[in-house]
Every structure is written in C-alpha cells, then in structure tokens.
Design a protein around this ligand. Structure first.
Ligand SMILES: [Zn+2]
Length: 139
C-alpha cells in the first residue's frame, strides 16, 4: 500500500515539474507591451517571470539585445523565466553572455532590477557584466 502511494506521488511530481528549456533570440521590449523574444527561426515567444524579472522585462534599454533565458514553456509561445536570483536571463554581447545589472556610480551600489538607486534615488545605469568577473560589491 505504501509502495503504491509512493508511486502515485512520484508520478504526480514528474507531471508537475515542467521540462527546463533554454530560449535564445532577440529580445523585443516596447513601452506598454509585453516583452518577447524573436527566435532564429522567426517565432515569437512572450516572456514572463517573477516581479523583479518583470521589471527587467520592462526596461526598454534592453530592446534588441540577443538574450538567453532559462526557464520553461507554460504554453506554446509563452516562456516563464526562472526566478531572478538564479540570474537566468542573460544578454549576449561581444560573443559573451553577460549578467544584467544596474549600477549607481554615486553610491557604488549594484542592483539586479532597474529603477532608482536604493540609496540616493538617482536612476541607475544599465551595466552588463561578465558573470565570471569578481564583483567587489558582492561578498
Ligand atoms: Zn545611489
């Protein structure tokens, strides 16, 4: 009986865990429109994510970049990016994948979402970083 229950739970787990996928292509971010990716085979995929990821997806400075997102498809043409702390939305620049970060050069504070600096409230600047590069602001 226990074995049977175990099997049922296991099967349910497999069913609820969507297969991981990597989506790459050109990101299109326009004011007031949901962010999307145009894949190399000219398909359009709408992007979604958690609240902080959505802030990045609303940053028109990223429009037109080649991106690579990790997550899974929730429906055909709908892609949910993994939570922001996993840094699974990367930008391809100069042939390398870069982290999307935001920098306040007044306070030397780095953030992972766009918007005013947490300290001085000035608008932060988009700063694409090499993920392997050590960051003095990150312990
Ligand atoms: Zn600041």
């Amino acid at each position: 009986m226990l074995a049977i229950l175990g099997t049922v739970v296991w099967a349910a787990d497999v069913k609820s865990a969507p297969p991981k996928a990597v989506l790459s292509g050109k990101i299109v971010i326009q004011e007031g429109k949901p962010a999307q990716v145009e894949t190399a085979d000219h398909k359009t995929v709408l992007l979604d994510g958690d609240d902080d990821t959505r802030k990045i997806l609303g940053d028109t400075r990223l429009n037109g970049f080649q991106v690579e997102a990790r997550g899974h498809f929730t429906a055909p043409g709908h892609f949910l990016i993994d939570p922001i702390y996993t840094h699974h939305l990367l930008v391809r620049k100069d042939g390398k994948l870069k982290l999307i970060t935001y920098w306040c050069n007044v306070c030397a504070i780095r953030a992972y979402t766009p918007g005013p600096c947490v300290c001085c409230q000035r608008e932060t600047t988009l700063d694409l970083r090499d993920p392997d590069q050590p960051d003095p602001n990150q312990p």
